[in-house]
Design a protein around this ligand. Structure first.
Ligand code: GAR
Length: 193
């Protein structure tokens, strides 16, 4: 049984690289009584990530790790996660690929959100590729993280209609809006009793 209320919430870390809008939505969700997680750490590879501002605003501890030496960065992150007794890792726009040996420390407890209907359009430039293929729909996916890029078991997906006038930017904006709802919903699905 996984406790999901009050001080029994699972301690989570969110990993970001950029704007952090998913981080913001996860923080807001985590304040909800129903949330199974409590965010106590924000990790980034990018000292200029705008999303770090949200960590500041909500007084959440933030840590920056240089990935020039990935092995060393992962080692340091793992120590930090252990020190803070983190049980759950949410990747939210984190643009580095974590190694198999890192991921195995959080088997079944590390999640990612991706802006496509996986298994379609793994990796980068998802919106441009969906438009180039004249897809009628794209969307977003929350999935478990495995060592293979964007390939772990799917938890939830949300479909978003592509209009003729959509550009990569308008599509990204529409999908992002759905991502903010999907990530909390997926965590509720995984941890509901
Ligand atoms: C989101 O669209 C997220 O799905 C995507 O980066 C964006 C981050 O936005 N992630 C990936 O492409 C991972 N493969 P945010 O920083 O505003 O949350």
């Amino acid at each position: 049984m996984v406790p999901s209320t009050g001080s029994n919430k699972l301690k989570a870390a969110v990993f970001i690289s950029g704007a952090g809008s998913n981080l913001k939505s996860l923080i807001k969700f985590s304040k909800n009584k129903k949330s199974p997680i409590f965010i106590s750490l924000v990790i980034t590879n990018n000292s200029k990530a705008k999303g770090l501002d949200f960590a500041n605003i909500y007084k959440i501890k933030r840590k920056i790790f240089n990935f020039r030496d990935k092995k060393l960065a992962e080692k340091k992150i793992l120590l930090e996660l252990k020190k803070n007794k983190i049980r759950i890792v949410c990747l939210a726009g984190f643009m580095k690929i974590l190694s198999k040996s890192f991921i195995k420390n959080f088997k079944g407890k590390i999640f990612n959100i991706h802006p496509s209907l996986l298994p379609k359009y793994k990796g980068l430039n998802t919106h441009q590729r969906a438009l180039d293929d004249n897809e009628k729909y794209s969307g977003c996916t929350v999935h478990y993280v495995t060592s293979k890029l964007d390939s772990g078991k799917i938890i939830l997906q949300k479909r978003v209609k592509i209009n003729k006038k959509d550009t990569p930017e308008t599509l990204a904006k529409k999908i992002l809006k759905q991502e903010h709802k999907l990530y909390p919903k997926a965590l509720l699905k995984v941890f509901s009793l």
